[in-house]
Write a protein that binds this ligand. Structure first.
Ligand SMILES: [Zn+2]
Length: 438
């Protein structure tokens, strides 16, 4: 099988494909084709967090343990800003990170505050700046900086105060659409914000022990919580909710099965997806969800890549989208109307048109300009639901989610399969014998 990834497409490395192919027979096709994958691929939106790539050992001054001890000292002193390492704090309000925006080419950035600024900002606040209220995010030793997040949702006065500095609390989903995905620094900011939101939202729903009901206490600089009941002491770690997301392809590899949920904006179609149930493998979840939602029976299941998704409901602080190609053994669709509004087979040509006419860059720039307005206080409203209509412009008769979503990359990978980039080998146009054997 040939899977061709266009340059802008994201996925995992060849070595990871190889490691997966050793785990299960379902990945055996990847072993065959893995050498054809480019390996210098950008990560998905919300992946590739630069301050989380490596947790320092506990004796390192940038480790969660050491940084927490230094934080306690900083909080008691008045000279914290000049002391190494520098602490930078990202406030969140109701799941929204503090963001700023400036310049003629609008682009947002995270609203990091120094620990000193944070201290004076919260001096009279109902939100107390304590070591337990800050959550460790990571560090950059080369910049002598440790990064923290704090939830300031309970303080109503901060919005006005920070607004004077042209900062605003902006929906992470809005920032996601506004992010220039070709800009590594912007993508890094998005990943940091996603990680921080996921951690803080998890802390928000983990205040009490699930076993005995006593209060939980943050531990290890917020990396976990522990029950305060001496007889229980149950440890709880940040929760991840895995979701399978799959592009179902017909036996001839000519059509893809796309679905519509009722909550989607008009004309938007996407991959099928569903939560993995306890005691179920990823492949089984792909097959079960496809069957339940559309009545299509799936055979071969092939892994593509995964994406952290911290912009779902607050009850699920961070979903992990695990992307697959799934090859249909049947064609007749029987839509479960409780799950989907519609599901149809779409030809490769139609899906390609949807991608061709899409105006993702225009939508991104529009969203970035709106973020700038919000940060300047021009627009107070943050209901961006209508903006998702413009995610792919006005021209396309149908469209698929933008490049910030793994669904986009599953679909565009399939559309471009076998289509060579300029200068590449024509043999990529040849249909894959592995596909035709399925
Ligand atoms: Zn307990």
């Amino acid at each position: 099988m040939l899977l061709f990834f266009p340059p802008s497409t994201t996925t995992i490395t060849t070595s990871f494909f190889l490691s997966l192919s050793k785990l299960t027979p379902s990945f055996s096709l990847l072993r065959h084709c893995s050498t054809m994958f480019p390996i210098n691929l950008q990560p998905h939106a919300f992946a590739g967090n630069p301050i989380k790539c490596k947790t320092p050992k506990s004796n390192d001054p940038f480790s969660p343990y050491s940084a927490l001890e230094t934080l306690k000292t900083h909080l008691l002193s008045n000279t914290h800003d000049s002391v190494s390492p520098h602490f930078k704090v990202l406030p969140f309000r109701n799941g929204r990170p503090l963001a700023g925006s400036q310049g003629s080419a609008p682009n947002w950035h995270l609203g990091w505050l120094s620990l000193g600024d944070c201290k004076s900002l919260l001096s009279d606040s109902v939100v107390k700046l304590e070591d337990n209220s800050l959550v460790y995010l990571g560090a950059k030793s080369e910049e002598d900086s440790v990064y923290w997040a704090i939830d300031v949702s309970e303080d109503d006065m901060l919005v006005d105060e920070l607004g004077k500095k042209y900062f605003s609390f902006v929906e992470l989903r809005t920032l996601m659409v506004a992010t220039d995905w070709s800009d590594p620094l912007a993508m890094a900011d998005l990943a940091v914000a996603g990680h921080a939101r996921a951690l803080l939202e998890w802390h928000g729903v983990s205040r009490f022990c699930g076993r005995c009901g006593c209060k939980n206490i943050p531990m290890e600089a917020g990396k976990r919580v522990q029950c305060s009941n001496e007889l229980c002491k149950k440890r709880t770690y940040p929760r991840i909710d895995p979701v399978v997301i799959m592009l179902v392809i017909d036996r001839d590899n000519d059509r893809a099965l796309l679905g519509r949920q009722s909550r989607y904006v008009p004309r938007m179609w996407s991959c099928l997806a569903g939560f993995i149930e306890p005691g179920e493998s990823l492949e089984e979840a792909v097959k079960r969800e496809t069957w339940e939602e559309t009545g299509i029976e799936v055979g071969e299941v092939v892994y593509h890549s995964s994406q952290p998704w911290p912009v779902g409901p607050s009850s699920m602080p961070c979903q992990l989208m695990v992307g697959f190609f799934a090859y249909a053994k049947s064609l007749e669709i029987d839509v479960d109307k409780d799950e989907l509004e519609d599901a149809r087979w779409h030809s490769r040509e139609d899906v390609k048109k949807a991608l061709t006419f899409a105006e993702y860059e225009k939508a991104q720039r529009t969203a970035a300009a709106k973020v700038e307005q919000i940060c300047k206080g021009v627009s107070q409203g943050q209901n961006f639901s209508s903006d998702f209509n413009t995610e792919s412009g006005e021209l396309a008769p149908m469209f698929i989610p933008g490049p910030f979503a793994i669904a986009h990359h599953l679909i565009s990978t399939w559309v471009h399969q076998g289509v060579p980039v300029s200068g590449s080998d024509n043999q990529l146009n040849q249909p894959s014998s592995s596909f035709s054997n399925l």
